[in-house]
Design a binder for this molecule. Structure first.
Ligand code: WTA
Length: 635
C-alpha cells in the first residue's frame, strides 16, 4: 500500500496514525515508491533536536530534476510544464512543454558549467518572474549548485547582505523587469550590491527589457550569447539526499536574515506529497500559484511540488491590478486554470475594486482555491469563496513556513470540511502541539498557545547557512525537545487549528514576512535618529502594516517633520526595499524601556493597536513617565 495519495478522510486518519506509530515505514515506503533514486535510501531518518541535527533518507542518491523533468519527458513530453503570462497581456503566452523544459534546463545548466559553476557552489538569482528564473533554479539543481533566489524587489543593500552571506560565486540577473507600468532596473541594483564583493566572479545577464545597462566586460556575461551555443544534454549530478538544494533567506526577529538551508531528498518527497494531496491534483489540472519565486511558496508549489507531480504550472510576471483589476480573472479564464493559490493580501486588494471586474468572468474552470502566508480574515475568506470560487470550490487555508519547506497544516481538498479562518488539520507526519508558557501541552479547546512540532518531518530546513548555533537557538531552545514555529495558534473542539499570528517581532505585511530589525537598522542610519522601534497593526488590505516610534537625537535641520518622515522612508527603501516603508511614524522623546535597556515593544504594540489600557506591567520600566505623552500624541 502506498501512502502517496490519500483517498478519503478515513484514510487520512489512518495515515496520520501510521505516520506517528511507524514513521520510518510511512515515509520510507513513500520515498522509495513514488520517486526515482539512483540508490534507494538506507535509513529513513535520524534526529537530535537538542543539537538541531536532522537527516532524512540517508544514503539515498538522486537528482531532483530527474524527478521533475526527465521522467515526464519519457511519459508525456508534449504536455505543458509551464504556461508563462507576461506582465503585458499583449505579449504572446509562452507554452513550455516538458520536452522544451528539459532542453532549456540542460542548456542553462551547461551555461553555468561553462562559467565554472560546480556542485556545492552558491548561485544567487535576482530575476523578474520570467521562465528563465524557474529554469535557472532547475539548472542549478541539475548540476548540484545551491540556488538562492533573492526577491527582485529587494534593494541593493538587502541583496548584498544575502549574496555576501552565502558567498555566491555567480549572480544571475536581468537587464530589467516589468512590473505593472514600471520598468525595474535590476542590473543596476546588482552592480551596486556586488561592488567590492570578492566572492562574486561573474554576473550572468538575461535580456528582458532591452534597456541600456552598464556592462563591465570582465565580470558581466550575456546569457543569450552562451545559451545559443550550449549543448542540449546535461547529465544530472548525482546528489546525496542530504546535499543542499537551496538557501532561501527569511527575516529573523533580530539581526540579519536567516539563510534557511533545504536539502534534496526530504524536500522533494514532502513538497510532492503535499502538492498532490492538499490540492487533490489531477492529470489535466492547470495550477496557478501567484506567489513570487523569491518566496518559499513559489519554490515549493509553483515550481518543485508542481513539476514533481508532472503538473502544468502558470507563471505570471506582473501584478494583480495591471493593466486592470481583472488581470487575474482574465488569466484564469484564458488558460482554464483549475487551482488558484494566492495570499490573503492579494484577495483583499482585489476585493476593493468594482465587483464587475470579477462578476463579468466565467471562472468555471476553477476547482480548488488556496490561501497562504498569513491568517485569512473572515471577510476575505467569504469574498474568496463567494466571488472567486462561486461557492463551488473548497478553500485550502495552508499553514507552513520557509523553514518547514512544505505545507504542514491544511485541509485536503474535497475531503476535509473547511471552516473559515481555520487551517484545519495537520497533514500526516506533522505532529503539531500547542504549548503554554511553561512548555506544557495544552489540551483544552480555544486556548491560545505556542505552536510547536514534536517530531521531525522530511522537508524541514536543516540549518541556517553559516550559523547553526542560531538555528538551534531560534527553533529548538525555547521549548526543549520541540521545534518552535514562532506562531500562536488555538484548536477547536474537533482539533482544527487556527493560526493567530507571530509571537515574535516579525510582521507580515502583504504576505511578506518582514523582520523589524533590519528596517530599524536602516532608520537608525539617519543622522537625526536616536532610536526606533517598529510594531505592526492591522491594515484593511495589507493584513498588517508598520508603525514606527522614533526618538531623535538632534533637531537641527530637521524641524520639518514631514520632510524628515520622507527621508526616513527613503532610507528604508534604499537599505531594505520599498516594501518596508512605514505607514505611520511618530516621533517620541524616548522609547519605553526596561531597566536593562530593552525596548518594551509589547507596550508600543498595545499603543499602536489602540489597547493603551492594556500596557501590562510597567514596574520594570526605567522611564514610565514617557508613556502618557506617547499615548496622547498617537497617530
Ligand atoms: C504565517 C510562508 C496563518 C505564519 C509559507 C508563519 C500563516 C509565517 C499561514 C511564515 C496561514 C503562513 N494562516 N498564518 N495559512 N501561512 N502563515 O516563511 O505566521 O513567508 O509562521 O512562509 O507566515 O511565513 P513564510
Amino acid at each position: 500500500m502506498s501512502y502517496f495519495k490519500i483517498a478519503d478522510l478515513e484514510q487520512y486518519f489512518k495515515h496520520t496514525k501510521k505516520a506517528v506509530r511507524e514513521p520510518r515505514k510511512f515515509w520510507g515506503k513513500m520515498a522509495e515508491e513514488a520517486f526515482l533514486w539512483y540508490q534507494a535510501p538506507e535509513r529513513v531518518f535520524e534526529f537530535d533536536f537538542t543539537n538541531g541535527d536532522i537527516k532524512w533518507f540517508m544514503g539515498g542518491k538522486l537528482n531532483i530534476t530527474k524527478n521533475c523533468i526527465d521522467r515526464y519527458v519519457a511519459r508525456k513530453g508534449d504536455k505543458n510544464a509551464i504556461i508563462f503570462e507576461s506582465n503585458n497581456p499583449d505579449e504572446p503566452t509562452q507554452f513550455i512543454s516538458y520536452n522544451d523544459l528539459y532542453q532549456r534546463v540542460c542548456k542553462t545548466a551547461n551555461v553555468l558549467k561553462s562559467l565554472g559553476i560546480e556542485k556545492g557552489d552558491r548561485v544567487c538569482l535576482y530575476l523578474p518572474m520570467i521562465p528563465e528564473l524557474a529554469i535557472a533554479m532547475l539548472a542549478c539543481a541539475r548540476i548540484g549548485a545551491i540556488h538562492s533566489v533573492i526577491f527582485a524587489g529587494f534593494s541593493d543593500a538587502a541583496a548584498r547582505r544575502r549574496i555576501e552571506d552565502c558567498g555566491a560565486k555567480l549572480v544571475i540577473t536581468a537587464d530589467g523587469g516589468f512590473r505593472g507600468d514600471k520598468t525595474i532596473k535590476l542590473k543596476e541594483v546588482i552592480d551596486k550590491a556586488i561592488n567590492g564583493l570578492d566572492c562574486v566572479e561573474k554576473v550572468l545577464v538575461v535580456k528582458r527589457t532591452n534597456q541600456d545597462i552598464p556592462f563591465q566586460a570582465e565580470k558581466d556575461v550575456w546569457f543569450d550569447e552562451l545559451y545559443a551555443n550550449a549543448s542540449e544534454e546535461c547529465n544530472p549530478e548525482i546528489m546525496d539526499a542530504e546535499d543542499p538544494l537551496f538557501i532561501l533567506y527569511t527575516s529573523g526577529s533580530t539581526g540579519k536574515p536567516k539563510g534557511m538551508v533545504h536539502t534534496t531528498g526530504g524536500y522533494m518527497v514532502q513538497t510532492a506529497y503535499t502538492f498532490a494531496n492538499v490540492f487533490d491534483y489531477k492529470e489535466e489540472d492547470i495550477f496557478w500559484c501567484t506567489a513570487d519565486l523569491g518566496w518559499i511558496t513559489g519554490h515549493s508549489y509553483m515550481l518543485y511540488g508542481a513539476l514533481l507531480n508532472g503538473a502544468t504550472t502558470v507563471i505570471h510576471e506582473g501584478i494583480p491590478t495591471y493593466p486592470t483589476p481583472s488581470r487575474y480573472w482574465d488569466i484564469i479564464d484564458k488558460h482554464k486554470v483549475t487551482h488558484f493559490y494566492t495570499a490573503p493580501t492579494a484577495i483583499r486588494s482585489l476585493m476593493t475594486n468594482d465587483y464587475s471586474y470579477i462578476t463579468s468572468h466565467d471562472l468555471s474552470s476553477l476547482r480548488v482555491l488556496g490561501s497562504v502566508g498569513e491568517p485569512i480574515n473572515e471577510e476575505a475568506w467569504h469574498w474568496f469563496n463567494d466571488f472567486v470560487g462561486k461557492k463551488r470550490c473548497p478553500i485550502m487555508d495552508t499553514w507552513w513556513q520557509t523553514e518547514t519547506g512544505a505545507i504542514l497544516i491544511a485541509p485536503l481538498a474535497f475531503k476535509t470540511p473547511t471552516k473559515p479562518t481555520y487551517a484545519t488539520l495537520p497533514l500526516p507526519g506533522t505532529q503539531a502541539v500547542l504549548l503554554d508558557e511553561h512548555g506544557e501541552e495544552i489540551e483544552d479547546f480555544q486556548q491560545m498557545g505556542n505552536l510547536c512540532i514534536k517530531h521531525p518531518w522530511p522537508s524541514m530546513a536543516r540549518t541556517i547557512w553559516g550559523d547553526h548555533k542560531r538555528y538551534v537557538e531560534t527553533y529548538f531552545s525555547t521549548f526543549p525537545g520541540y521545534y518552535f514555529t514562532g506562531d500562536n495558534a488555538l484548536r477547536d473542539e474537533v482539533g482544527y487549528y487556527r493560526i493567530v499570528g507571530r509571537t515574535d517581532d516579525v510582521i507580515i505585511v502583504s504576505g511578506h514576512n518582514l523582520g523589524t530589525a533590519p528596517i530599524e537598522d536602516a532608520i537608525n542610519q539617519h543622522p537625526a535618529v536616536a532610536e526606533s522601534a517598529i510594531v505592526g497593526y492591522p491594515h484593511e488590505i495589507k493584513g498588517n502594516t508598520m508603525y514606527g516610534f522614533i526618538s531623535l537625537k538632534v533637531e537641527g535641520n530637521y524641524r520639518d517633520r514631514d520632510n524628515l518622515k520622507k527621508e526616513i522612508n527613503q532610507l528604508i527603501a534604499d537599505h531594505y526595499g520599498p516594501i518596508g516603508k512605514l505607514d505611520k511614524i511618530q516621533f517620541v522623546d524616548d522609547l519605553p524601556k526596561t531597566r536593562s535597556g530593552k525596548i518594551l515593544r509589547r507596550m508600543l504594540r498595545a499603543i499602536a493597536n489602540n489597547q493603551e489600557n492594556n500596557l501590562g506591567d510597567t514596574s520594570t520600566m526605567i522611564n514610565p513617565e514617557i508613556l502618557k505623552k506617547i499615548i496622547e500624541e498617537k497617530l
